[in-house]
Design a protein around this ligand. Structure first.
Ligand SMILES: [Zn+2]
Ligand SMILES: [Zn+2]
Length: 483
């Protein structure tokens, strides 16, 4: 029997966890975090309990209740974990958390397959991110041993680090009975792929997240052409913007930026998605057009340093930009009263590497020469405006999506307060989506022409029925049998 089961992204945007079963082979396409489900229960102050992750998440419908899938160190707190894994692989479409964020809970014996760009971004997140990120290796939790002083008692043991088996994509590879064809596609993050999976009952197409109006639109078009040749039985298509007709693209945005930045006489302050290297390229180009340089933060610079080793011209070069080194901790960076090693105590190992680079800049540099820079400053960095002191004539360009939920609305109100404080309000808004428009999705589905269409990663899956007569809408946990 061959089937697909939608364990995430059914009637919601993100949280993709698609189980593909063919005879004895079981793989997951993506294993992402559902922000909407997570946000229904948790807040920054109401956080899950680490010892009870698997139990709580399965009860809340955040993770599927499946055995032989999760790390024994966590699962054993809920039930006795199977000795052997029951799944043969996880194939990641791209490194956005709504597709890869729950990989941290998967047992390490299950091989993970991803693109080099995806691996680099997950590695950067693991090293620089706050929160629970165990993608390339895990820190074994709740490890115990017998007490040396009282053998009837147990004590905590040092945690072991266990690496994951991460296999980098080839254009075509197999996992037992399945053959997976990988196609790099256009999306708002480096290393995104769509797949065709050949099963014993025909081909399955999985789009992951895709668009046709970014810098790699031709890749997406090529995927569609190739996918159609497989005459697929099933297609699982993303539909984030199925009801949205706007086709404003990344190159339109870049052109608009040129005119926006040309008449700003002070500091140009911008916000764009942290890992969107396509958008970063737009701002680098806009900066060059007015003889400025884009300043990004240390996390972005560290991610770029990993990406430039594997992704070539797909991503910006680290030497094209400046890196902002903020004062942290005691706030004594570049204070000659303190020796270097004391100043460095405020920084982590990966940050220390960046501080000494010739293209690093501080708030002093930006304050002294505001017209030399385009300063990226996201919501969490607005406090740095106290240090860079934007002069008169400065402008803020917001290049992120409009709020889509209550939490984002609240964040925007706070951001606006900061901008008003520094005379940066009103600001300019300019953004283009990482997802295909309704028109682009329809064209893709028409061209691939699957026998059955299963909409995922959308809040309005029924709309797909308007243009594909055999649209099957699945609820969470719903299974579709191919034959
Ligand atoms: Zn997504
Ligand atoms: Zn995505």
């Amino acid at each position: 029997m061959t089937s697909v089961t939608i364990h995430g992204a059914a009637g919601e945007i993100g949280g993709n966890k698609i189980l593909v079963e063919d005879k004895d082979t079981k793989i997951f396409l993506d294993f992402g975090l559902s922000f909407s489900k997570w946000g229904s229960y948790f807040t920054p102050y109401l956080q899950p309990r680490k010892w009870s992750y698997i139990s709580d998440f399965t009860k809340l419908g955040i993770l599927p209740d499946l055995e032989g899938l999760y790390r024994p160190d966590f699962e054993n707190r809920l039930r006795e974990s199977k000795t052997e894994p029951e799944y043969d692989g996880v194939v990641l479409s791209h490194p956005h958390l709504d597709h890869a964020g729950f990989l941290s809970y998967i047992r390490t014996e299950i091989p993970v397959h991803c693109s080099p760009g995806c691996k680099s971004i997950l590695q950067a997140l693991e090293e620089t991110g706050s929160g629970f990120h165990e993608y390339t290796k895990i820190k074994e939790a709740f490890k115990i041993r017998d007490s040396k002083t009282d053998p009837t008692k147990k004590v905590r043991e040092y945690k072991s680090i266990i690496p994951r088996q991460l296999n980098l994509f080839k254009p075509k590879f197999t996992i037992d009975d399945l053959t997976i064809h990988t196609f790099p596609v256009d999306h708002s993050v480096a290393g995104a792929n769509s797949f065709v999976i050949e099963t014993s009952e025909g081909a399955i197409v999985y789009t992951g997240d895709i668009r046709f109006h970014g810098r790699k639109a031709n890749y997406s078009k090529l995927f569609v052409e190739k996918a159609a040749e497989f005459d697929p039985v099933v297609m699982m298509s993303e539909g984030t913007r199925i009801g949205d007709k706007t086709t404003f693209g990344e190159l339109d945005l870049e052109r608009k930026l040129y005119s926006l930045v040309s008449d700003i006489s002070g500091l140009i302050i911008v916000n764009f998605p942290v890992r969107d290297t396509d958008r970063m390229k737009s701002f680098i180009a806009a900066a060059k057009s007015v003889d400025r340089k884009l300043v990004i933060n240390m996390k972005q610079a560290y991610t770029l340093s990993l990406l430039e080793q594997c992704c070539g011209a797909e991503v910006p070069r680290l030497d094209e930009i400046n890196i902002f080194i903020p004062r942290k901790g005691w706030g004594i960076l570049n204070d000659d009263n303190y020796p270097d090693y004391v100043q460095m105590k405020d920084y982590q190992y990966w940050e220390a590497e960046l501080i000494n680079k010739s293209n690093s800049v501080t708030d002093e540099d930006i304050k002294e020469n505001p017209t030399d820079y385009i300063f990226r400053c996201d919501f969490y960095e607005l406090k740095f405006l106290f240090d860079v002191e934007p002069p008169e004539g400065s402008k803020y360009i917001r290049s992120v999506t409009e709020p889509v939920d209550e939490e984002m609305e609240i964040e925007k109100v706070k951001a606006d307060n900061w901008l008003k404080l520094f005379n940066l309000y009103p600001y300019e808004q300019i953004h283009c989506s990482g997802h295909a428009s309704g028109f682009e999705i329809k064209e893709m589905v028409d061209q691939i022409s699957p026998k059955t269409l299963i909409p995922i990663h959308t809040e309005t899956p029924k709309v797909f029925g308007d243009f594909h007569s055999n649209t099957v809408v699945k609820k969470l946990g719903g299974k579709f049998v191919l034959g």
